[in-house]
Design a protein around this ligand. Structure first.
Ligand SMILES: [Zn+2]
Length: 233
């Protein structure tokens, strides 16, 4: 999860649809606005080019029209993450860190690492960053870590486990490529090719790039945070 900036003005259809008896919160303009503001990425798992797109309610609306049609309560999510969130917080406190709140430094407060066993089976290790002060949002941080762990590593049901394994394979492939470029960057002997690799790495950690939180942590773990302008270090 990384921070996103959502447009201030709500798409126009939301107010019109709210006034109807059976209005829809996922009209064309809403989906397009979420698609653009989220860079076509699921806000939870950071996968791109989704084949299942859900307009997700950050706080469950439970029939409450204000929550159902509130632009600030809508996010762009994949089916896997939306279902996993519903499974995880059924009738429980589902308050998460909101990546659209600039106060919550979601890719710094939480550490995202990928580990592989001897057979190259991947496992995501999601932890709170001990260097970050999250005391204002401790419950939300705990809930977000719990959810992300289940999204990437599975929840115990056969379908969710398979989806999570497929997702982690995509993370793994992205990270293999990222590490190759990082190695080339670190070992480049001339300034020009070093700059080329730095540009590639910069694109790979951009907001629009898949699984940017994992890649940003590879840079932090290698002491390259300031070299790549990763705040707040
Ligand atoms: Zn997702």
């Amino acid at each position: 999860m990384i921070n996103i900036t959502k447009r201030k003005e709500a798409p126009q259809s939301l107010a019109k649809e709210k006034a109807k008896a059976n209005g829809s919160y996922r009209e064309e303009d809403v989906v397009l606005a979420l698609y653009e503001d989220s860079h076509n990425k699921c806000y939870l798992c950071e996968d791109t080019l989704l084949t299942t797109i859900n307009v997700e309610h950050f706080h469950e609306h439970g029939g409450d029209k204000d929550l159902k049609f509130d632009w600030n309560n809508l996010h762009y999510a994949c089916g896997h993450c939306n279902y996993t969130k519903n499974d995880t917080f059924k009738k429980r406190d589902s308050n998460l860190l909101n990546c659209a709140n600039p106060e919550c430094l979601v890719d710094y407060w939480i550490i995202y690492r990928l580990e592989e066993d001897d057979k190259l089976v991947a496992h995501a290790v999601i932890n709170q960053n001990p260097m970050a002060d999250v005391s204002m949002y401790q419950k939300e941080t705990d809930n977000t870590i719990l959810l992300l762990d289940r999204i990437y590593n599975g929840t115990g049901t056969a379908i969710r486990n398979r989806e999570a394994a497929n997702l982690l394979t995509r993370v793994q492939l992205e990270i293999i490529n990222f590490k190759e470029n990082l190695l080339s960057y670190l070992s480049a002997s001339d300034g020009l090719s070093k700059q080329d690799y730095k540009t590639k790495l910069g694109k790979a950690i951009a907001d629009s790039s898949p699984f940017a939180a994992f890649k940003r942590w590879i840079l932090r773990d290698n002491g390259l945070a300031s070299e790549f302008n990763l705040s707040p270090e």
